[in-house]
Design a protein. Structure first.
Length: 138
């Protein structure tokens, strides 16, 4: 199992504040002989007459010296995790959680925005100091 990201507990608390119930920490999948450990599995009851909404969240803090290297790793993990989820639990939507300062400084660059869009990466933007989700980007 891979090491937890430095901001794992911040994102977990921020999701709980919004009413999400953490169901898996980590969310384990085994597909085609490969084991995957997505940081969090959560669910929220939207309304009594609707099904539960379920998501999985991969948390990234981008603490390394190169944002583009961190991005390559995060994107590769995201794509692999999404394919694994589609195979095992297609009703669960995958999100990549990134800190608001990294989003503002890096994820808003035109090339990165295009890659995110073309790769259909769903984002959760979180504020570390307040332990809140500031934005959901589908």
């Amino acid at each position: 199992m891979s090491a937890r990201d430095a901001t794992h507990s911040i994102v977990k608390h921020a999701l709980e504040k919004e009413g999400w119930r953490i169901t898996h920490d980590p969310y384990y999948l085994k597909v085609g002989g490969i084991e995957f450990y997505i940081d969090l599995g959560t669910e929220m009851i939207i309304a009594a007459e609707r099904d539960n909404q379920k998501i999985a969240v991969e948390v990234k803090s981008f603490l390394g010296p190169s944002s583009i290297s961190e991005f390559h790793t995060a994107l590769g993990q995201f794509i692999n995790y999404r394919y694994a989820l589609e195979k095992k639990t297609p009703n669960r939507v995958l999100y990549l959680a990134v800190p608001s300062d990294i989003y503002d400084d890096f994820f808003t660059l035109s090339f990165i925005k295009k890659v995110i869009q073309k790769s259909d990466v769903k984002l959760i933007i979180y504020q570390e100091n307040k332990e809140i989700i500031s934005q959901w980007i589908n």
